[in-house]
Design a protein around this ligand. Sequence first.
Ligand code: HEC
Ligand code: HEC
Length: 377
Amino acid sequence: MSKYLNGVKMGVEGSSRPRAESVAPARGGGRALPGLSAGRYVVAAAIFSLAVVSPAAAEKFGLGRPALPEEIAAWDLDVAPDGTGLPAGSGDVFTGEEVFAEKCAVCHGDFAEGVGNWPKLAGGQDTLDHDDPLKTVGSYWPYLSTTWDYVNRSMPFGDAQSLTADEVYAIVAYILYSNDLVDDEFVLSDGTFADVELPNAEGFILDDRLEAEKHFWNPEPCMENCKDDVEITMRAMVLDVTPEEESAAASGDAAPVEEAEEPVEVAAVLDPELVAKGEKTFKKCKACHQVGDGAKSKTGPILNGIIGAPAGYVEGFRYSKAMKAAAEGGLVWDEAELAAFLAKPKKYMKGTKMSFAGLKKEGDIEAVIAYLKSYSQ
Ligand code: HEC
Ligand code: HEC
């Protein structure tokens, strides 16, 4: 209890994504622990103000209206270390493996071992006292609730909150299995949740600086020109959590793909302004796709020559079953099909691996298609 109370304090005072920096004993890398379930109390405070303060304020000032119970419920997602806040549900390791393969493995690997620079979710046990510790859900995170909450709240990357409660239970069971913490028969549910203790549960200390470091405090701190020169003495070692374009391309495990045959000069018939706008829009795609000379398949396939190409044509890229089926059905990426896909990928193609919510702003689709055309024949 005291351990996460400490996290709570930081959550309330600090940013919306509380970090456990000051409670972690063996920090070598630059990663902070996400979540730490501090949110419960932040949210509790928010609910308090919504439910109690707003109606009064609404009456007094004639502003707004009290939040509906459904609106509060939609915000009130967080799960505490003891499992408080979990929805009813369950999922087993086998189901988790399937869902994970479908929705998470492109970035986190089939066995949660991580692809390229995307985070590893398994392994690293007994490395916390190394210079370069591998901090994963299994090796570092103290509470399973953080995993449940994090996955439920923010994954899959680009398509957050698309998982059902049962899917989250199954995935978390699979992540435990990948860390050798449960066997393959294991079923995680709101009932079994509290039985799981993560190996590093005792690895955090109470942040008692308020008392322990009191004697360092200076009641009249120096506020200007306090030092002659300032020197940087330490640097975070791990800065590459989310892959940069180059680093991801360099790690490219999907085989490099042949260039589209002789890119023909089509730029002439394209509106250069629209193409330039599309290049900006394409920034949204760049996390996963490359175009142009030397482009490689990354999380998503290379997109050279995509306009007018049959779906799923990039050799060596591991498409989803859904994309393969569409390809067999003869889908061709003409402008109309592509526009429909890009507006709502998951709706257009149920089961696609493209974890992208879709382009919503008017004109973006047209522009990005023009940009892709400039790389197509
Ligand atoms: C498109 C790539 C991508 C996909 C797909 C994806 N993730 Fe992630 N995941 C990330 C990135 C990037 C981070 C790091 C985010 C950060 O630190 O801000 C991350 C972080 C995580 C973390 C925290 C890891 C840590 O130690 O900090 C967990 C747990 C996780 N993802 C689970 C999942 C699960 C489960 C799925 C499938 C439902 C999934 N992810 C799908 C990219 C992805
Ligand atoms: C989070 C990663 C990600 C983002 C962001 C993303 N894609 Fe994708 N994209 C994929 C993946 C993975 C596939 C393969 C889908 C499958 O196999 O179901 C894909 C497939 C495609 C395809 C079909 C390719 C083929 O060979 O049939 C097109 C076209 C495409 N994406 C365009 C875009 C565009 C344009 C954007 C930006 C507006 C974008 N994608 C954003 C990951 C992404």
